[in-house]
Design a protein around this ligand. Sequence first.
Ligand code: MTE
Length: 316
Amino acid sequence: MLIRKSKPHDIRSSEITPSGAYMDRRRFLATGAAGAGAVLFSGLFMPTVGRTAPLSGVIKGSYTVDEPLTDKEAATTYNNFYELGTGKDDPVENAHYLKTDPWTVAIDGLVKGAGTYSFEDLIHPHKLEERVYRLRCVEAWSMVIPWVGVPLADVIRRLEPQGSAKYVAFETLVDPVRMPGQVRNALPWPYREGLRMDEALHPLTMLAVGMYGESMLPQNGAPIRLVVPWKYGFKSIKSIVRISFTEEQPPATWNMQNPREYGFYSNVNPDVDHPRWSQAKERRIGEFFKRPTLPFNGYGEDVASLYAGMDMTKNY
Ligand code: MTE
């Protein structure tokens, strides 16, 4: 297998970079941040399958959870990623199909920095942080993961959305060769998700490029995914290829698929049961006993104010 050793000059410029974003990029280059990013990202160029590269220069982020981490083996072999199959062990088995180098992310809609960016260009001007977050799946299991990434807010601010942009929409790759689960219509492809602008700008919301100090594995959403820890796991869309800034609330896959069961907001709420099961408790992967689920997955102090005045039983 070819393992590219990347040097700073290996970093590609944005493939089609609009003038606004290009100016921004030059600004970051001028600060030297991109040079640092080249080092941090050296491992992410590897066209790996089932292999990760350590991420260096990662700072400890301000958010953490004082609980044992989920076993890495479990977090990388028990997954939901319908593009790689609907079974929990399908994503790891099919991971080798998902080639992620090169990888571009289209930025469009109501934003000054519209264009197509290599994912490295989108991320590397920012400092990589490790943050330990709980993630609660709608299926009542949960995990505690040390994610590595950047606050989505930093990337959004650099892209300069227009004042009329009220939402941020995300899409996953459509490519049945690299995502063999897309041969079947288990879900309408592409997988889509969306956040209100204030949710997207919230400091907890993260664009993650790794876990456990290493680059992201395909089954966990390589090379770049969202992590929104106060929402059910399905909002944390994997393998993102498009980020759009919109005035209207964007479509979200599970909400489109079954609006009675899955709302747009999908904030973790032990008081609102899924129509087919209770959400009051959850089982940490690797533990036997269930534990109570916390409102907003335990992040209420940080995020409850975003929903002041909203009826969370209607806006589920
Ligand atoms: N993103 C895409 N593109 N496709 C998916 O099927 N599944 C979601 C979310 N992101 C999914 C996705 C669900 S239901 C969960 S619980 C989390 O990814 C699981 O993330 P993990 O496998 O890294 O634990």
